[in-house]
Structure formats: C-alpha cells, structure tokens
Design a protein. Structure first.
Length: 353
C-alpha cells in the first residue's frame, strides 16, 4: 500500500505538477481569469439587484412587509432593472476590456489602449445595428466566448505589429498620449479589415454572425459543463493540483469561469422571466456547496482546531475560522499543515515543523 502511495505521489509530482504549473502561468489562462475578476464587482452589484427585485416571498403572501415589497417591485420593475441591465446585462464589455488589459501587461502594452481596442473588436462582430440601434443580444452570457476570443486576438495583433515596428512613430517631443493615439491607428485598421469581412463572410455562408456561430460550436461544452461528471472532474482536478502544491482553485476557476458565466446569465434571464432556474453548476454552487470554508471544505477542521490541546493548533484554528467563513482557507491548508503533509517532497519540512 505504501509503495502504491509513493508511486502515485511520484507520478503527480513528476508528471502532473510540471504541466499544471505551466497551465497556471500560461498568459492566456491568467489573462482570462484576471479579466473575469476585474468584471466581478459589476456583476455582483447586478446580481444583487435581482435579489432585491425578486424577493423570496410567495406571490400570494398576505404579510404586510412582503406584500409591500412585491408590489413596489412590480410597479417599478423597469426602473429597478436598469442597474442589472447595465451590469450583468453588458458583462461581456467589462470582460473584454479586463482580459485585454491583463494580457497587455504580458506584452508591455498600454492596458487602457489595448482594452479599448478589444472593446472595438468585440462590438465590431457582436453588436449588429438593427433599426438604427445596436443590438445588446450578445452583451450578456451569449457573447462571453466571443469577448474572450476578440480580446485575445486584438491584443496579439497589437503586440505583433508593435513588436515588428509596424506602427506610426512620432518624434519624442510629441506628448505621450498623442503618440500612443497614432501608434494604435494601424492596429485598429488591421482589426477592422480582418474581423469585419470575416463576420460578413460567416453571416453570408451560415446565416449567423460570429457570436452566434461560436455559441453554436461551444454549446455542447456549455451543456456538458452543467453535469455531474463535470462537477466531479472539476473538484478532482482542483484537489489533485493542491495535492501537488499548486493553487488548484485558481486554475479550475480560470478555465470554468466562461462556462459558469454563460450558465449564470441564462439562470438570471429565466429568473427575470419568472421561469424555473435551468442550471446548477455555476460559481455560487462551486463556492457555497463544493468548497465550504475553502478548498477541501476545511471549515469544520478550523472549528475542531479551536479545541485542540496543542497551543499552536488552537492558534491556527483562531487564524483560520473567520477567513474560512469567506472560503479563504490558506491559513488552515499551510498552517495545519494539510498541503505540506500530503506532498512527499515536503515531508522533511513537516517533521521539522
């Protein structure tokens, strides 16, 4: 049994850890993750508005407070929905700018300029004009994968052109802001003459614009991401990466965020329409059901450590209990120590500790 355990640990350390480490540091993965994190405050506020607009009371309730709340929500539904529509309803705009700005730092580009270039790229393919107005159909969850792809594409085009000096350079005496504006002219032109014809070609051939075609392609993956095997696989990968000493949650959430947000958008649209919620495996399910107290659901351990006879373990319990209530359990993982105790290469450190 011991030999099997050692063999399994060696496979994880020699095979899994290097691959996971490279994935965790991969610029596209980190940029996508950081882009979603940047958009998170706007989406949290928008989601909170739905809780206020659709309170947890039965439509037939006769309780005075609940009845007044429901009546107020129904009377001013359009006005109350505005913050939601301008946050969750246009989440892809925030995500597009966030991803491009994060990726720009890997290429030493100006984040603001790169973010604006990404936004233009996304709008170019995902905001068709209908009756003189821009369509917002793909500004929510339906356009997430398009926002990701256009952000990566526009940033890489900008980086390639700048790296090969295919830009308009002005003398050093010109103010930085003006020089940067001229520098971005050629990338803007390159994006327009590549994405716009491509969008028109795809629409002519398939009857679908790029966001619609992308959603048609990834729909099986989106559907598969809301299944029991997907839940089990995500948790398993997360735990294996932590076993290898790598922050598994960051990698798994970075990969799953686009799928979670697409499903969350559908859930919120269903809720706004008074329909049943169709999807289960979203960010909230991951945080509040699968990782209670953090990765490994260590909140009960934090409570148990409070009763330990060892002073240092009681101290760790005190340090880890309050953060654990917010799913932050690094004090427990490294203080107990769970991570160092599982990693065979760190056994000597554990015994010395």
């Amino acid at each position: 049994m011991g030999a099997m355990y050692d063999k399994m640990v060696n496979v994880i350390e020699q095979k899994v850890t290097p691959i996971a480490g490279k994935i965790g540091q991969q610029k596209y993965i980190t940029s996508i993750r950081d882009g979603f994190i940047a958009a998170l405050p706007f989406m949290i506020v928008g989601s909170f508005m739905l809780v206020f607009i659709f309170p947890p009371f039965s439509a037939e309730t006769t309780w005075g407070f609940a009845r007044a709340w429901l009546d107020f929500s129904e009377t001013y539904r359009e006005q109350l929905m505005l913050p939601f529509n301008l946050s969750m309803g246009i989440m892809t705009i925030f995500i597009s700018v966030g991803i491009a700005s994060s990726l720009a730092r890997h290429h030493d580009l100006d984040p603001v300029t790169t973010g604006l270039l990404s936004l233009m790229s996304f709008l170019l393919v995902a905001a068709p004009v209908q009756d003189g107005m821009l369509s917002m159909q793909y500004f929510s969850g339906q356009g997430i994968f398009t926002a990701i792809m256009t952000a990566l594409y526009s940033t890489e085009v900008y980086a390639f052109l700048k790296r090969n000096n295919i830009t308009i350079k002005l003398p050093p005496e010109v103010p930085t802001g003006v020089a940067r504006s001229f520098e971005i002219l050629i990338p803007v032109l390159a994006i327009i003459i590549t994405l716009h014809p491509l969008n028109l070609f795809i629409e002519a051939q398939t009857g679908m614009i790029i966001p619609e075609a992308i959603m048609a392609l990834v729909q099986p993956l989106v559907s598969a991401s809301d299944t029991l095997p997907a839940v089990l696989l995500a948790v398993l990968v997360c735990q294996i990466l932590w076993f290898a000493g790598i922050h598994g949650a960051l990698i798994v959430t970075g990969i799953m965020n686009p799928f979670w947000m697409a499903n969350l958008s559908v859930n919120q649209a269903a809720m706004a329409a008074g329909e049943a919620i169709p999807h289960i495996f979203v960010q909230g399910f991951w945080d509040h059901y699968l990782l209670i107290g953090g990765v490994g659901s260590t909140l009960p351990l934090a409570f148990l450590l409070l009763r330990s006879k060892a002073v240092h373990l009681r101290t760790i319990g005190k340090m880890g209990t309050v953060p654990g209530l917010f799913n932050i359990n690094e004090p427990i993982l490294f203080g107990a120590p769970i991570i160092m105790n599982l990693c065979s290469s760190c056994h000597s450190s554990w015994y010395q500790w």
